[in-house]
Design a binder for this molecule. Sequence first.
Ligand SMILES: [Zn+2]
Ligand SMILES: [Zn+2]
Length: 172
Amino acid sequence: MEIKLVPVDEIPAKIIQELEESLSGLNIDLKIMEQISIPESFNRFRRQHSVERIFDSLDPKKYKNAILLTKEDIYDRNTGYVFHAGEIGGPGIVSYFRLRPSFYREKINFDLLIIRIKKEIIHVIGHIIGLEECQEPCVMGRSSSIGSIDKKSEHFCKNCKIKMSTMGIELE
Ligand SMILES: [Zn+2]
Ligand SMILES: [Zn+2]
């Protein structure tokens, strides 16, 4: 299945390259799209982007199976913030604003950042397929805190794999 990765504004090329490499074993056809900008989704009082407004601004046909990657902080409806959001068939979004170790006053760790972004992207691919939040250690485990993201695995559990196979999808 084809998944489009859409950088929102400038994303360091090193991050995109690492993701391309680390997602290559997943059995998906990953296409890196041109970067886009969505200034209208910015809530200047919260200093965050609204996921609802981002998704509303996107053409659903063009952004079918698309995952946006942003460094900005995002929120969805009444939440304080979210790490990701995703709808069946897309689009989905991952924010790495709160995935950076430096956000928690820890020292910069590029490898850890990539692992976290990778898990969130695989999780959002799950949402695009139609999977819902599952239990840790499944990659579909909830992303309620950075600790829960670090605890979960990069892989789908047996139940999620069974659900996927009934839809004719096989991902690692
Ligand atoms: Zn989720
Ligand atoms: Zn699962």
